[in-house]
Design a protein around this ligand. Structure first.
Ligand SMILES: Nc1nc2c(c(=O)[nH]1)N[C@H]1C(S)=C(S)[C@@H](COP(=O)(O)O)O[C@H]1N2
Ligand SMILES: [Mo]
Length: 430
């Protein structure tokens, strides 16, 4: 019969004893260790670098310096140093960069979570700082972990919940990306050499746990899965997310496999207008009497002139066709649709801009509220012969949801710039 703890026997590693998370013995998973963390870290090194580059590219694709209506982060200052004129070739450019950005981001979620889990004991290390250098390192780690969680969360919410932060998503995600990436670079510089050494010298299963490494549990619980098995679970999770997401960058039947994200699953209806719709006419409050009635006029302005054109008058202008996709910032896209309408540069010519001199244009829609009711296009986009004020899609009149009576379609431009239900185009001064 034993009453109370036996004197002289160390209690520290005893079962069932309360321990604080700041004690290494609190963490007992035998999976934690330098090899496991290094594998995940190296995957994230490559993955997050691609996310950052494709993210910056995505922001440049809006042509934010062109006009205040395109710029969701007007106070970016130096952070916009890299911006460049978004090209119109190849026409699938944004489909690729943004598809990669969003699909890769979603795919990396299990890897990120596993990586954070693998180093979580370090979060509780006491004392909080042993030296100034150690304090700085821990602050940078807080920015790293906080930044990663913030970027992944805002990105996923924007895609899944259809612009839950209207307008403010862009500054949040853009500024967050710079903070996160700065911490990420600092971390990579400090840790990548060690991670690569670990991968070269440590054999996962056979690796004798090096108890001198702070990641290795001093008092491990019996293993229920091998380290390789655990990595398999993480990789399987990533594969599952990939397989249920990637399809919405393609048409049916591939799109049907994207059950996890909006704009996956079946196409909306059939026929010529049966491709993905971002916002329906009803959702943005387009009054169909204004658009379908005889009263609709397109205002074309520039060089001091104003033209008012009915749809019938537009139809008498030279019509051209172009096969171009819709590619949304949310990561989904369609294959090429067959658009037919008036070239933007021909509209510029109507107000006096001769061949080869078409300028930037501000496009405004009938829509009264919402971030995407207007957009500016740069002259290189206006001059491309495939850039149209489209009146038809796939051989028939535009449907109300795709922007009847007229919409913009520009090669390689993000969906946001392809304004629907166009009411006015102003060439020149933006
Ligand atoms: N007026 C207006 N145009 C708009 C939008 C909008 O909300 N209002 N959404 C844009 C976005 S975000 C995308 S992705 C495309 C989608 O075009 P679709 O619905 O024809 O596929 O339209 C763009 N044009
Ligand atoms: Mo979009």
């Amino acid at each position: 019969m034993v009453r109370g703890p036996v004197r002289g026997v160390s209690r520290s590693y005893g079962r069932g004893m309360p321990r604080s998370p700041s004690s290494p013995a609190f963490w007992r998973s035998p999976l934690r260790g330098p090899w496991f963390t290094s594998v995940l870290g190296v995957v994230l090194l490559g993955g997050i670098t691609v996310l950052f580059v494709t993210g910056l590219v995505s922001y440049a694709a809006y042509n934010p310096n062109l006009s205040p209506v395109n710029d969701m982060t007007p106070d970016k200052g130096l952070l916009g140093f890299y911006l460049f004129s978004w090209p119109t070739n190849p026409s699938w450019l944004y489909r690729l960069t943004q598809g990669v950005h969003v699909t890769l981001g979603i795919t990396l979620i299990p890897v990120l979570l596993a990586k954070l889990w693998s180093v979580v004991p370090k979060l509780f290390t006491l004392p909080p700082a042993r030296s100034l250098a150690h304090a700085l390192e821990r602050i940078s780690l807080l920015l790293l972990v906080g930044g990663a969680l913030f970027e992944f969360t805002t990105g996923v919410l924007n895609v899944q919940l259809d612009y839950i932060f209207p307008g403010s998503f862009y500054p949040l995600h853009f500024y967050g990306a710079w903070v996160f990436f700065a911490a990420f670079v600092a971390h990579a510089v400090l840790r990548v050499p060690m991670a690569l050494r670990n991968l070269r010298h440590l054999r996962d299963e056979d690796q004798r746990p090096r108890t001198d490494d702070e990641l290795v549990a001093p008092d491990p619980a019996p293993p229920t899965v091998s380290r390789r098995g655990a990595l398999g679970v993480v990789g399987g999770g990533s594969l599952l997310l990939f397989a249920t997401t990637a399809g919405r960058s393609f048409d049916a039947p591939l799109r049907e496999t994207a059950v996890l994200v909006p704009h996956g699953g079946p196409e909306p209806g059939g026929g010529p207008g049966g491709f993905q719709i971002n916002k329906t006419a009803e959702a943005v409050g387009i009054d169909m009497r204004e658009t379908t009635g005889e009263t609709w006029r397109l205002l074309v302005e520039g060089r001091g002139r104003t033209l008012r054109l009915s749809r019938d008058e537009l139809l008498k202008l030279p019509l051209h066709s172009a096969a171009l996709p819709i590619a949304c910032v949310e990561g989904w896209s369609t294959s090429d649709q067959w658009w037919r309408g008036v070239r933007l540069r021909d509209l510029a010519a109507l107000v006096g801009y001769e061949e080869g001199t078409a300028p930037d244009v501000l496009v405004e829609s009938l829509q009264r509220h919402g971030a995407f009711r207007h957009a500016a296009l740069r002259y290189n986009q206006v001059r491309d012969p495939r850039s149209l004020l489209a009146l038809f899609a796939n051989g028939e009149d535009l449907t109300p949801d795709h922007g009847y009576p007229a919409r913009i379609i520009v090669p390689a431009a993000p969906g946001v710039l392809n304004t629907k239900w166009v009411a006015r185009m102003t060439f020149g001064e933006l």
